[in-house]
Write a protein that binds this ligand. Structure first.
Ligand code: SAH
Length: 296
């Protein structure tokens, strides 16, 4: 049985990036001021269960609760416009120049944002907004993330060609396609079968067929293919899932993950692993859809 909290409620990842003096903050639309302060002032430890010392002792051990993976259904009708035209390319160029270049200096990430046709990942009803710097609904209460936030989180992973990267929360498939521009070892997991199936079909149609995508509860990672040089989580759990830390490469693995209570704001963390040492840096406040769990 799949337990989904807040299904049917769209949580906007609308974010306002403020760059300056090294400080970053991203505010989700619909959030209250008070929630921002609450997220920022909550002690780090609140979000960390198990505690950092428990995580370290778990790191390096295989995930005990690995589940078999199911195939996702492929949609009969794909509600997407896949063709890239002069108009979509121009719109994309504008978006990247105005919203990505000011925030991200990594040239490979900028090139990836210019290359991937975001409009092909959004339902056709939202085509005219595909190159606005906003999240958009993709059905099942989920959203495709805001482009500038996708670029920023991707840059934080510091990917090099050949790195093995795991994404939790395939959603539309857009973030995975961006990752695929940077490395040919992309693994992505989505819990909602219909979204996993649609993303699979788009990957195949757009030439991203070698992205490894599956439907499962990403809490457990993808143990068969671990360790990962990088892990990116695009839904917000209320703690750092120990299996993901365990599957992060001990040789400088990087994980970008929003952690915090569902609804309102969470903190985006950069986790790094060196051997059994796990370091965590809080980067900014963000608003993500909840990380859901599969129950027996
Ligand atoms: N990266 C996506 C963003 C999708 S929103 C994109 O580029 O479009 C986050 C996604 O995480 C949703 O599709 C949601 O269903 C999924 N998700 C939530 N909990 C999950 C879990 N435990 N395992 C895998 N996917 C999960």
């Amino acid at each position: 049985m799949i337990k989904r909290r807040s299904l049917g409620r769209i949580r906007w990842l609308l974010a306002l990036a403020v760059l300056g003096a090294g400080a970053l903050s991203l505010a989700g639309c619909g959030g209250e001021e008070g929630q921002v302060r609450e997220a920022a002032e909550t002690p780090v430890e609140t979000f960390l269960t198990p505690s950092p010392s428990e995580i370290i002792s778990l790191a390096g051990t295989p995930t005990p609760t690995f589940r078999p993976l199911e195939l996702a259904p492929t949609p009969a009708v794909l509600d997407r416009q896949l063709a890239d035209t002069d108009a979509t390319r121009a719109a994309r160029q504008r978006l990247v120049e105005q919203r990505v270049v000011p925030m991200v200096s990594d040239k490979a990430v900028i090139a990836a944002m210019l290359a991937v046709p975001r409009h092909a990942f959004v339902p056709t009803g939202y085509l005219d907004m595909a190159y606005d710097d906003h999240p958009l609904p993709i059905g099942y209460g989920q959203t495709i993330s805001q482009p500038s936030l996708v670029a920023m989180m991707t840059a934080m992973l510091k990917l090099e060609a050949g790195d093995r990267v795991l994404e939790i929360g395939t959603g539309s498939g857009y973030q995975a396609a961006i990752l695929r521009q940077l490395t040919d070892q992309v693994y992505t997991i989505e819990i909602i079968p219909e979204l996993a199936g649609t993303a699979r079909r788009i990957f195949d149609e757009l030439g991203y067929g070698d992205i490894h995508a599956t439907r499962a509860d990403g809490y457990y990672g993808w143990w068969e293919f671990a360790p990962f040089d990088a892990i990116i989580v695009t839904a917000a759990p209320d703690h750092l899932p120990a299996p993901l830390t365990a599957q992060l490469s001990p040789d400088g693995g990087r994980m970008v993950i929003p952690i915090g209570p569902p609804g309102g704001y969470q903190s985006l963390w950069l986790v790094e692993r060196h051997g059994e040492d796990i370091s965590m840096e809080r980067v900014l406040d963000v608003s993500f859809v909840p990380f859901t769990r599969e129950t027996e």
